[in-house]
Design a protein around this ligand. Structure first.
Ligand code: ADP
Ligand code: MG
Length: 238
């Protein structure tokens, strides 16, 4: 589960083509990072995959199924936003359980899944607190917990650490990488931070003005950047 294919996916806002027709395959279980300068279309591409934006043309397939016209809730993808989007008046337990409650699970089933996610994320001792009583990193984990309980085919992260200070960012990077090791679920991670891309990715997709400049492992991009833009962007010695 979690194979995502983009076939000539294109996006224009009015007359402005933000994503020219683009092909990309993300394999099951891969940790893929979209990296590129601000405004290059990373968030738009992620939102197209999530179904939060409609494609102008082209096709998106998830596990072989044409998902192009499916609403976000039917795509089995979980988006983790940079703003935590937690409910301040609800406990951590209720925040994480929210999608399960919406899906109509009974209380016992909700508790089981929430406690499983909390254990994976080291949040067991914080379940009865409210978001205001947590650190930035803990809040980020709650947001991830809310995604985990839905057992998605893939997690989509849009610069999830940009609100955190530098020290915390390093810790959270490792936590997300560990989470990927444990869950082995496909993850697509958007960042403008080359270090994040190089340290976290199985596969990096370098974007410039909506075009894919190069796709490869961190080592491939480092050793053989296709052009000066990629070399400059990932800090390779070309
Ligand atoms: P990134 O996430 O890489 O910083 P975005 O995907 O947010 O880039 O934006 C890519 C381009 O698309 C930018 O020029 C941005 O202004 C434009 N854009 C994004 N969303 C919209 C929108 N809803 N309407 C018009 N233009 C948009
Ligand atoms: Mg963005």
């Amino acid at each position: 589960m979690g194979r995502i294919t983009l076939d000539k996916v294109r996006k224009a806002f009015g007359d402005v083509e933000v994503i020219p027709p683009l092909d990309l395959t993300i394999e099951e279980g891969e940790f893929v990072v979209f990296v590129g300068p601000s405004g290059c279309g990373k968030s738009t591409l992620l939102r197209l995959i999530a179904g939060l934006e409609d494609v102008s043309s082209g096709e998106i397939r998830i596990d072989g199924q044409n998902a192009t016209d499916l609403p976000p809730a039917k795509r089995r993808l979980a988006m983790v936003f940079q703003s935590y989007a937690l409910y301040p008046h609800m406990t951590v337990r209720k925040n994480i359980a929210f999608p399960l409650k919406m899906a109509g699970l009974d209380q016992a089933a909700q508790d089981k899944k929430v406690e499983g996610a909390a254990s994976v994320l080291n949040l067991t001792d914080y379940l009865e607190r409210r978001p205001g009583q947590l650190s930035g990193g803990q809040r980020q984990r709650v947001a991830i917990g809310r995604a985990i309980v839905r057992e998605p085919a893939a997690f989509l992260f849009d610069e999830p650490l940009s609100n955190l200070d530098a020290a915390l960012r390093v810790g959270m990077r490792m936590e997300i990488s560990e989470l990927h090791e444990r869950l082995k679920t496909t993850m697509i991670y958007v960042t403008h931070d080359q270090v994040e891309a190089m340290t976290m990715a199985d596969k990096i997709v370098v974007l410039r003005a909506g075009n894919i400049e190069q796709v490869g492992s961190p080592l491939e991009l480092y050793r053989a950047p296709r052009n000066v833009f990629v070399a400059g962007f990932i800090g390779s010695p070309k």
